[in-house]
Design a binder for this molecule. Structure first.
Ligand code: PRT
Ligand code: MG
Length: 215
């Protein structure tokens, strides 16, 4: 049995067409069922539903053989024991710095001021600002980052942006793009050795689905 870890929402929704292109149907809709283990049209493949940020842990520890996780999650997490073979090109977004319109980010950076930055991505934010030589006080949050500059908790946030409408609705400006993000297929290294043939075939099927024009 091969176990694929997915998270509900955009990762699941965007992985379905790739599975479909590979001739695999998932037998239940996670939005309608409370099941955490879902079968597929392939008797030797099942899907487990986990939190997006838990996907790397499941795959690293062998709770799943493969998983789909955003590059943000993978870079923020230590990726020891993970084989990261494929950019699936789905769940695309970018990691950016955003501030209130009345905060002059460029001049704060130029003047070497200390900037208070709220984020869920403390590792990525620390690396980014250290590389730029910007002094920051990082404030770890678990959600609703957009609120931080509005309440005076922080001067800036580091968060994912896709359409930009969340920033806009909260009167925030994207002032710097840190990196482009998309979801990756990750594989447990031991599983790849033990079940080489079927897992290799599944990776190849994903690869072909990614390369094919969207149906
Ligand atoms: O929700 P939960 O706490 O369970 O976990 P999660 O938020 O990590 O999961 P989920 O499903 O929301 O995101 C899974 C993955 O999708 C992320 O790890 C990203 O790699 C990817 N992804 C792509 C995004 C977005 N686009 C995205 N727009 N993840 C989050 N967002 C959020 C963003 O944080 C912000 O709040 O959407 C908002 C901005 O969207 P726009 O369109 O208004 O700009
Ligand atoms: Mg979310």
């Amino acid at each position: 049995m091969i176990t694929l870890a997915l998270s509900k929402g955009r990762i699941f929704d965007d992985t379905l067409p790739l599975l479909h292109a590979a001739g695999i149907e998932v037998l239940e809709d996670p939005e309608k069922s409370r099941k955490l283990i879902i079968g597929t049209s392939r008797p030797d493949l099942r899907v487990v539903l986990v939190r997006a940020s838990d996907v790397p842990t499941y795959v690293q520890q062998g709770g799943a053989d493969l998983g789909v996780a955003g590059l943000d999650v993978l870079l923020e997490h230590d990726s020891h024991g993970l084989y990261r073979p494929l950019d699936l090109g789905i769940a695309r977004c970018r990691l950016s710095v955003a501030t209130r319109a009345d905060f002059d980010y460029a001049s704060a950076v130029r003047q070497g001021s200390r900037i208070r930055v709220a984020t869920k991505y403390t590792q990525l934010a620390r690396q980014h600002f250290a590389a730029k030589g910007v002094h920051v006080d990082l404030i770890k949050l678990y959600g609703s980052m957009e609120l931080a500059p509005l309440t005076g908790l922080a001067d800036a946030i580091v968060d994912l942006v896709s359409t930009g409408s969340t920033l806009k609705a909260n009167h925030l400006l994207e002032v710097e793009r840190i990196m482009d993000i998309s979801a990756r297929l990750v594989v447990n290294q031991a599983a790849l050795k033990l079940q080489r043939e079927p897992i290799r075939k599944l990776i190849d099927a994903f690869e072909a689905a990614v390369a094919a024009p969207a149906a």
